[in-house]
Design a protein around this ligand. Sequence first.
Ligand code: MG
Length: 335
Amino acid sequence: MDERITLAHGAGGRKTSELIEKLFKKHLGNPDMTADDAAVLALKSSRIAVSTDGFIVSPSFFPGGNIGKLSVCGTVNDLACMGAEPLYLTVAAVIEEGFPVADLEKIVESMGKTADEAGVHIVCGDTKVAGKGQVDGIFITTTGIGLMPEGEYPAGNKAAPGDAVIVTGDVGRHGAAILLARDEFGIEADITSDCAPLAGLVKAAVSAGGDDIHVIRDATRGGVGTVLHEIAAQSGVGITIERTKIPVDPAVRTVTEMLGLESLYLACEGRMVIFCGAPAAEAVLTAIRATKYGEGAAVIGKVTGSRVGKVVVKTKIGGETLLPAPSGELLPRIC
Ligand code: MG
C-alpha cells in the first residue's frame, strides 16, 4: 500500500480495489457485505427506521475518538432514539488526495470496532478521492437501518407534563474536547469526548420503562439545551431543570467558566436525553446506570404544563432563569 491516498485510489481501478480489499474490507468485512452493486438484506419486520448523517469533524482525531468512531456512533444513536434495534450501516467516505493511509486505517479500524460493539453490520460503502484542497482530510457519511419494535415508539412530540427529564451522563464533553483539540484558546485540560454507541443503553431504558419512555433524543450538535428547546416546542410543554442536578465534568466546568460558555449548549456524542413518565423514572434511571455508558445518568428536571415552549433553569440559590433559545452551534465542524 502507498503511504498516502492518491487520486488513483478513487479512480475505480486496481488501486481502488486494493484500498477496499486491504483496508476497508479488512476492518469492516462481514457476511452481509458483498461485491455486488447493492446489499440485499432480509428483515424480520416490515417496519424499519432509517437515518443518515454526514461527518466533517475537525480535527479528524480527538481525545476519545476519531471521525470513524463518531460516524458509526452518530447514526447508531439516531436509530436508537426511535427505539429501533440498529442492524445495518452503509458508509461513504470522501478522502482528500494526500491523506495518510495509516490515518485512514486507524479511522476504518475504529469504525469496525465500534460497529462490532454496537452489533451492526456495515453492508456497503463507497470511497471517493477528491483533489487536494477540495475537502479537508476526510468526510464520512453513514446511513443506518434499524428494526422497529411493534406498537408505540418514542418521538419528540410525546413529552407530557409530569415526565422526568433524564440525561444519561455528564454533558458537553464532546464539544469541549473538540474545542481544546483545536488549540485555539491555549487552554490545556484533560477532557475526553463522550463519543459512544448507545443502543445497549437505550435497550435497557426501554426494557425498564416500556411505554412510559416518551422521548429519546441524542444531544449532539447544540447539546442538551437545544434538545430541551426542541422537545418543549414539539410537545407543546414547558420544561424546568435544576442547575445543581446537571452532571458536568469538573474540567469541562472550568473550561466553560473560563470561556463564558454554557455547558448545556456544548455538543455531546454519547448522551441521550430521555423523557419518561414519573412512575417509571426511578427504574429507568437504575437500568441506565447499570449500562457501560450510563453510570453518570441523572434526573435533571421535569416537564410542566405551564410556560409552554420555554426551558426554565432553577439556579443554585433557588432563583429561576430562562435558558435562552439556542443561537446555533458556537463551533463549526463539531461532528
Ligand atoms: Mg439525533
